[in-house]
Design a protein around this ligand. Sequence first.
Ligand code: ASP
Length: 292
Amino acid sequence: MQPCLAVHGGAFSRPASTDPALRAAWRHGLHEALRAGATVLEGGGSACDAVVAAVAAMEAGGVFNAGRAAVMAADGERHLDAAIMDGARSTAGAVAAVRGIRHPVRAARAVLDDGRHVILAGEGAARFALAAGCDAAPADWFVDFEAPEVIQPARDTVGAVARDVQGRLAAATSTGGLRGKLPGRVGDSPLPGAGTWADTRVAVSCTGLGECFIRTGAAHRLACLVEFGGLDLAAAAAAALRRVTDLGGDGGCIVMPATGTPVLALAAPGMARGTWEGGVRRVAIDGDESLA
Ligand code: ASP
């Protein structure tokens, strides 16, 4: 089986900035994520390990709304959401509204590996993650948005979907959620079936206005349209996103099939996105831009 990886760094609800430095930083962040995940897959590693590596690279990169550059909630704190799902085993792990953890995706992975629960939230999630060996995030880990040279993430999220040499699929998503959100708000990213999903046919990671992805069960709807509706990936992704836009939302998703090429779909002016396929990394930002 040909291993393959796709990543996103969030959908934009307005046309992406034309600032060359900012666009270069996004492209670099996408390439770093693809490189990290591809290294795992090339070494024969699992799809689960690949999506964690790719998402952790974007959490550390400081240019997307996740990990270091996560946006702040209304109380000025970072309350982070992340999930991972292993399609081959139908297992999932997630953390919601967690604080003080450097890599929420690794905390989500620890929940999956532990196996007792699927989602841990708030204080309990942070305590669990630290006890499981995840690194704490000191205050200076986070990007200081007051600093003038700092790139301001608006409302993005990061995600990855992978297929390994054994044909196993996995998806992971990580985010700071919406800027100024109410503390305690949980978005779609950590909810299997809403913002993240993987089974034996597809792996999906979404980005966009989370409330609409939750209300439409977007990621699982997409998977059902493939499994029961017989739609191809692009049609299923478009149909799932149409339900989101019908509710006034916007966004996008990346989808990895068990065989063939990933689909990167958007119902928004742009989405930082990229693929690693046949050993080649390609990225794009604007909606009408081809991967290059
Ligand atoms: N879906 C994320 C959330 O609502 C935000 C985003 O993807 O832009 O938390």
